[in-house]
Write a protein that binds this ligand. Sequence first.
Ligand SMILES: Nc1ncnc2c1ncn2[C@@H]1O[C@H](COP(=O)(O)OP(=O)(O)OP(=O)(O)O)[C@@H](O)[C@H]1O
Length: 312
Amino acid sequence: MRSRATTPPIIQCEKLTKRFGSFTAVRDLDLDLEPGTVLGFLGPNGAGKSTTIRMMLGLSTPSSGTVRLFGEDPLRNRDARARVGYSPGELRLDDRLTVAATLNSWARLRGGVDISFRDSLIDRFGVQVDRHVRGLSTGNRRKLALVGALMARPELLILDEPTNGLDPLVQNEFMSALEEVTASGTSVLLSSHILSEVERIADRIIVIRAGVVVADGTTNELRRGAAQEYRAVFTGAAPDTSTFASLSGAQSVDSPQADELRVQWAGPPRELLNKLAEYELESLTAPEPDLEQAFMSYYRSDPPHVQSEGGA
Ligand SMILES: Nc1ncnc2c1ncn2[C@@H]1O[C@H](COP(=O)(O)OP(=O)(O)OP(=O)(O)O)[C@@H](O)[C@H]1O
């Protein structure tokens, strides 16, 4: 057995960059997906997730930098691509086919489909195989694509917003199916807007915004690095919000009551505490940030270590 340390990453991006004309959609992106792990790929609309995924699959040519899939250049090596189950964010299906014919055509293209596993997925997600693709709802189209991605038990799943359009029951069923395949060693790149879904399954999370990685770590590491809310209640009227908004760690300052300030703060709190010490405080509390809030702070503003270049 090869030791984990010597096994190359399943996907490796180094300084991966994609420009469309003068617009940079992905800039200097470094990313490793280790074998047998789930990497959550999070970011707001237009962050560059799909563009990155398309380069990983050899569907788009990088402007600069490199991407390796199973150690190979995905633009040159189709064998590497054949080892991936991919569910794209935007589904392009042949409307003339039935669901069954669509699955059969994908099975012929890639080979190696486990028919009984495919049928169990069809049952599990409630896919109606005799329907025409033309009349399918967004959710039913998505279910079809997910069966297609999973059915050959690929070594790597690349899932671009896989639960988009699914009702909560199917979403849950899909996440359970995903947990089962990851338990058996499948590697996954899971791009999503839904933080709870990523947290449920990801070993590591990368957050991308405006084409740049703004956070990379385990869920707990990211939670620790994200902004913390401090709630200060003053014995008299609260100072003006601008007094605190100008401090270097302040991301936002609100005054929900005349005697209270709520400060979203990134980094060590010394500067904030020094400023607060200039006032008479009734209480100071710092509630545990929920994950949703923690990630919102990554979405909203530049952490100090990120250099923003030219607004791209
Ligand atoms: N072919 C293209 N030509 C020009 N601009 C493009 C092209 N493809 C993507 N872009 C732009 O690149 C940026 C990143 O898009 P991308 O689809 O990768 O984002 P995303 O993170 O997947 O977003 P979403 O979550 O909304 O799907 C967007 O501003 C998009 O408009």
